[in-house]
Design a protein around this ligand. Structure first.
Ligand SMILES: [Zn+2]
Ligand SMILES: [Zn+2]
Length: 108
């Protein structure tokens, strides 16, 4: 099977491409049961993988060195989640409580 046979290629569900930000139905490049199915964006032709986050329909970036587990928005949620919670707590409870939280964090 040649790479050019895109017309009858299998496609995945629609999701946001991490490269071009378009809502695309990625083309299945390689069925991979051990790892994840390798797909390619029909718009920008970059390699993408389905996001591992449950219920997420978007795509994660596939690169030469590392295939991302999560799409950009899920990655952001995962890494910024704690920071956001921290900020919310600080804003909500004010400086007195934040002092207590800092003290509690130091005890850990
Ligand atoms: Zn794309
Ligand atoms: Zn995601």
């Amino acid at each position: 099977m040649k790479m050019e046979s895109v017309l009858d290629a299998k496609t995945k569900q629609k999701g946001t491409c991490p490269f071009c930000k378009e809502n695309v139905a990625a083309i299945l490049v390689e069925d991979n049961t051990v790892r994840r199915d390798k797909c390619r964006c029909p718009q920008c032709h970059e390699f993408v993988f389905l996001c591992r986050s449950p219920g997420c329909q978007d795509y994660a970036k596939g690169t030469q060195v590392y295939d991302h587990e999560l799409c950009p928005s899920c990655t952001e949620t995962a890494t910024d989640g704690l920071k956001v919670i921290g900020k919310t707590v600080l804003t909500f409870a004010g400086t007195v409580i934040s002092g207590l939280i800092l003290a509690a964090a130091k005890k850990k």
